[in-house]
Design a protein around this ligand. Structure first.
Ligand SMILES: [Zn+2]
Length: 95
């Protein structure tokens, strides 16, 4: 078993939730099976005050990624809606 972060671990080639052991993906696509929601960035909290349209012509979203079983939030990012998520990240171990 390889510790990835507080919420993820790898067992062989499978990446799983550390809280409920639900498989979430592989080392090449670690969050492939996670659930993703996209909402208004203002819902991120009181620190996001200005309208995103003041700074960008593209639609900006708060994209959150959750474990589909225990609903632990695995990642949150405020990004242009048309940009791919970091879900395509690849995990590798140091030699
Ligand atoms: Zn979980």
């Amino acid at each position: 078993m390889t510790f990835i972060d507080d919420n993820l671990e790898a067992v062989g080639e499978t990446v799983a939730c550390r809280h409920c052991a639900t498989p979430l993906g592989s080392r090449t696509e670690p969050l492939q099976l996670a659930r993703v929601t996209e909402v208004d960035p203002a819902l991120a909290g009181p620190g996001v005050r200005a309208e995103a349209s003041n700074f960008a012509s593209r639609t900006i979203v708060l994209r959150r990624t959750f474990c589909p079983k225990c609903l632990t939030q695995l990642k949150a990012e405020i990004v242009p809606a048309d940009e791919p998520t970091l879900r395509s990240s690849v995990l590798s171990e140091s030699p």
